[in-house]
Design a protein around this ligand. Structure first.
Ligand code: ZN
Length: 270
């Protein structure tokens, strides 16, 4: 496996969100020679879309995804997704990442929630296509089925893509899919057309917090070179987006140190 191209590294701003706002993250990427960035919408709103577009363009950064749309089982999903598509369009984002939402409060109807998600995506897809914003379904680890996403495998996500047609694909986040016995098969099935984003970090043993204890590349049990081999073997040529939620470690560090380590680990351990 050849080393990854350093120019393919992207920073998902969640990785340093406790330390930096979006303006600082953009400057940080420029300073460290990181060519891609994936902002979150709360930070985008705080900075202002216009100003963010200006700063991102001034540094020539590629927006590898906007996080996120989705949550189709929430009440205001339609307006919120419309705004998310507009923002992704303004940023020239390579995709709008969809965290599709889990069970509505009090519900035990998982199949019903999945049907709502299907209908919700079908409803916003025409607008996304018109805006030139590909939608990336991100299957989340099944431990998050109730609270965040009732689409939990690549196979489920790709079945949905096949039913919906063009303008939609998947975000492959190693943290969510590394355990899947069908991982290789489904990445091959996705192919270049459906592989819209590739998110990297690692799975720590033990994991101390199910949401916010992701590891740095090289620190956990996920075979990152093997998974990169699968996505690149399937034709993916996009960025490798570092996305680390880490209340106990990386959110407590100097963000310039975090970015330096991301670069080093990306080059050597992915
Ligand atoms: Zn992700």
């Amino acid at each position: 496996m050849a080393s990854p191209d350093p120019a393919r590294l992207s920073l998902n701003t969640a990785t340093i969100r406790e330390q930096w706002g979006l303006a600082q993250a953009i400057d940080g990427c420029a300073r460290h020679g990181i060519r891609g960035i994936a902002p979150w919408r709360d930070q985008l709103a705080a900075m202002g879309v216009k100003e963010a577009v200006r700063a991102i363009n001034a540094h020539g950064l590629t927006v590898t995804g906007l996080c996120r749309g989705g949550f189709f089982t929430a009440k205001d999903w339609q307006d919120d997704n419309r705004r998310a598509i507009e923002e992704a369009h303004a940023l020239g984002a390579q995709c709008l990442v969809l965290g599709v939402g889990g069970l509505p409060a009090g519900s035990k109807d998982l199949e019903g929630a999945r049907n709502e998600v299907n209908d919700g995506i079908a409803a916003i897809l025409p607008e996304a296509r018109q805006a030139g914003v590909p939608l990336a379904i991100e299957p989340l680890h099944p431990m998050q089925a109730a609270e965040r996403a009732c689409i939990n495998t690549l196979e489920q996500a790709l079945d949905l893509c096949d039913a919906l047609g063009d303008g939609i694909g998947v975000a492959v986040d190693v943290y969510h899919v590394w355990w899947d016995p069908k991982l290789a098969q489904q990445i091959a099935r996705a192919g270049k057309k459906r592989l819209l984003a590739y998110h990297i970090c690692n799975w720590l043993v033990p994991t101390r917090d199910l949401l916010n204890d992701r590891g740095m590349m090289g620190d956990g049990v996920i075979d990152l070179p093997a998974i990169r081999g699968l996505v690149e073997g399937a034709g993916y040529k996009g960025f490798h987006e570092v996305e680390i939620f880490s209340r106990l470690d990386w959110w407590r560090r100097d963000p310039d140190e975090v970015l330096s380590i991301c670069k080093d680990r990306h080059a050597r351990m992915t």
